[in-house]
Design a protein around this ligand. Structure first.
Ligand SMILES: *Cc1c(COP(=O)(O)O)cnc(C)c1O
Length: 376
């Protein structure tokens, strides 16, 4: 038995995909974003569940992720969203007609266009994120160049910078306007049936105009909200998209128990000192396994449906818990790190609040090498 068990709920994934289906309607396709080991959920397990649950396409960051999926799913359409270092040297791997490759420069387009079979090429447009993409101001010149060189282009995309951060969406609206103008410019140069896409979880939920031909849904596929602001924005717009269901549960077991006298220090740096008789449990999970070290003396795990406080510093592979108030707890009992126990829940959002980060980072950091156990 592994020191941690990571469970994925098939029904939660199906529920979250169904919720987006209802929202986006039949014209827009659902792209399940499974980059970064499927936000820590496990790349191949998640790809398999998402395809079974009716995802139209998969989206990844790197060519390595695309190739890993291709080895198992020979027909899946895979959108590669990140930049590809040394693109010219990756021709053999990229020659796949069901890869949709996002490019930011005409040189990349020229290289991909020569491959056989040719992957589908999508041009990324920078409309206000200042990351990848052609600057929207250069759309006219670049559309003309691509048309004159007779290069194949299948799609066009952009990415919103700050939809998740505000309840006031003027920057997103500015980006959307710039993207629509860019689409028009390309149409003027003969690119009339490009696959247009810009929405991630938050923008797909909030802006019906942003859903276009496909939505690229990451965080909410896993049943997590992009941010509190996204929830608040929906409520301000008097929209209700329904509940998301978190897909992941992270469990471990009590490995050791000690009874400590008052005045006993706990852990590295002796940062915690008991003030009363304390029953302490050790669990075999630390920052290597993906727990944020900022959870030291700050946060809880669940034992027998009760919260057990984290005592002292998170170690590399171990964490200590206060189980004084859980007298029945014994060695081998389950400890829930993320998920439900009895009536209690600890969510990725709780961890994010305790450690000053976002739920995206909490789940993405869970160690990739644990097997992912698929449940119904
Ligand atoms: C990661 C990513 C997404 C998914 O974003 P979520 O907020 O997780 O839904 C969409 N598009 C691009 C380009 C991305 O990099």
């Amino acid at each position: 038995m592994q020191s941690s068990q990571i469970y994925l709920s098939r029904s939660a994934f199906s529920h979250n995909i169904a919720l987006f289906r209802k929202l986006i309607g039949p014209k827009s396709k659902f792209t399940a974003i499974v980059k970064s080991n499927a936000y820590g959920h496990g790349l191949l397990a998640t790809a398999s569940i998402a395809l079974d649950a009716g995802a139209d396409y998969l989206g990844v960051n790197s060519i390595e992720e695309a190739v890993s999926i291709r080895r198992v799913f020979s027909k899946a359409t895979i959108l590669i969203m990140g930049s590809i270092p040394n693109l010219a040297e990756r021709k053999a791997e990229l020659a796949d007609e069901n890869f949709w490759v996002l490019v930011s420069r005409v040189e990349e387009l020229e290289i991909l266009a020569k491959l056989s079979p040719t992957p589908k090429i999508h041009l990324k447009v920078d409309t206000g994120m200042s990351r990848l993409g052609i600057p929207y101001q250069n759309a006219e010149v670049i559309a003309k160049e691509i048309a004159e060189k007779k290069l194949p282009l299948s799609g066009i995309a952009t990415h919103f910078a700050s939809t998740e951060d505000f309840t006031e969406h003027s920057h997103s609206m500015l980006q959307l306007g710039r993207f629509q103008e860019t689409i028009d410019t390309f149409a003027k140069h003969g690119f009339i049936d490009l696959i247009c896409h810009c929405a991630s979880s938050a923008s797909a939920m909030l802006f019906s105009e942003a859903r276009m031909d496909l939505v690229r849904v990451g965080i909410s596929l896993y049943g997590l909200w992009p941010s509190l602001e996204t929830k608040l924005s929906l409520s301000l717009m008097k929209k209700d998209v329904g509940m998301l269901k978190p897909a992941l549960t992270w469990k471990t077991q009590i490995q050791h128990i000690q009874n400590l006298n008052p005045g006993t220090f706990v852990g590295y740096g002796s940062t915690f000192k008991t003030t009363h008789d304390t029953r302490l449990a050790v669990v075999p999970v630390g920052y290597y396994e993906g727990l944020d070290r900022k959870l030291s003396n700050n946060g809880y795990m669940l034992v027998h449906g009760e919260r057990a406080k984290i005592l002292g510093r998170i170690c590399m592979n171990m964490t200590m818990l206060d189980i004084t108030h859980i007298p029945d707890a014994k060695i081998g009992d389950d400890v829930v790190i993320l998920g439900k126990s009895g009536n209690e829940v600890i969510s990725a959002d709780d961890h994010a609040t305790w450690t000053g980060t976002i739920n995206y980072e909490v789940v993405t950091k869970i160690l990739g090498s644990f097997p992912r156990i698929i449940e119904d």
